[in-house]
Ligand binder design. Structure first.
Ligand SMILES: NC(=O)c1ccc[n+]([C@@H]2O[C@H](COP(=O)([O-])OP(=O)(O)OC[C@H]3O[C@@H](n4cnc5c(N)ncnc54)[C@H](OP(=O)(O)O)[C@@H]3O)[C@@H](O)[C@H]2O)c1
Length: 232
């Protein structure tokens, strides 16, 4: 089945493109998702079975300072992609974030209450709302990082289901090409950011979120029961 991938030049998209040859991945110059008529025309011409929508503005610190680009891409751009799917049989798969959950207790199931912890996550949640209009949709809530942890310090009191992109990308591709609909959490085991980091970077040292000025949720770990129940 032909997959149309947005965001193919990004961290996740680059990894996805290593895994499958049946993926059409226009770059931003070939398909700017802010342009509704260009999106409609591209989708009509390509007629994909699945759109895997991974394009987004993702720098949350920049978004807090200037949210315009995130409103254009994450909200209006995602609505443009959803609009192009209406009236077709296209399956729309959207990559959302664990940060749509409140982030205070962890082990969040797909049906749990949502309260995004920053503006980036609010724009991703708005994208989820548009995606829900497409009958065959899948919203994946996840968290991933580059294949090597490149920072020198990591929080030892912040919990997550974040995993390395080379582990998350195959799971996303499997879910995207499967039959599961609705919302699906994808992640790794619950652990601290430090435990995640030290797995691939033994030089990293511990710091504490509680002693820093950074506002960040303490536990965005995911309940993975739905993922675990999927057939192989
Ligand atoms: N990284 C995470 O931890 C994480 C966690 C949860 C969910 N997500 C979601 O997963 C997806 C992929 O994340 P990522 O970390 O791979 O992002 P990324 O590395 O920042 O890549 C973003 C991609 O979006 C493309 N893009 C931006 N604006 C566009 C536009 N107007 N039209 C078309 N393409 C556009 C970029 O193209 P250019 O290269 O041309 O800029 C790039 O390919 C995103 O939807 C993100 O919100 C990420």
């Amino acid at each position: 089945m032909q997959i149309l991938l947005t965001g193919g030049s990004g961290l996740l998209g680059t990894e996805l493109l290593k895994l499958s040859t049946n993926v059409l991945a226009p770059n931003r110059n070939e398909l700017d998702i802010r342009d509704a008529s260009a999106v409609a025309a591209y989708v009509a011409n390509a007629a994909p079975g699945v759109i895997l929508h991974a394009a987004a503005v993702t720098n949350n610190r920049e978004i807090e300072v200037d949210p315009a680009a995130a409103l254009e891409v994450n909200i209006k751009g995602t609505a443009n992609v959803a609009l192009a799917c209406l009236g077709t049989d296209i399956r729309l798969v959207y990559v959302s974030t664990d940060y749509v959950y409140k982030g205070d207790r962890g082990n969040y199931a797909e049906t749990d209450e949502l309260l995004p912890s920053n503006l980036y996550a609010w724009t991703k949640l708005a994208g989820e709302a548009a995606v829900r209009a497409v009958p065959n949709h899948l919203i994946i809530r996840t968290s991933f990082g580059a294949s090597k942890f490149d920072y020198t310090q990591a929080f030892a009191d912040k919990w997550t289901s974040k995993d390395y992109v080379d582990r998350i990308a195959p799971k996303i591709l499997k879910a995207a090409t499967g039959a599961v609909k609705g919302v699906l959490n994808i992640g790794g085991p619950r652990r601290t950011i430090y435990d995640y980091a030290v797995e691939r970077n033994q030089e990293v040292t511990k710091v504490r979120l509680s002693g820093s000025s950074l506002e960040s949720p303490v536990d965005t770990s995911l309940n993975l029961d739905k993922w675990d129940s999927l057939d192989d």
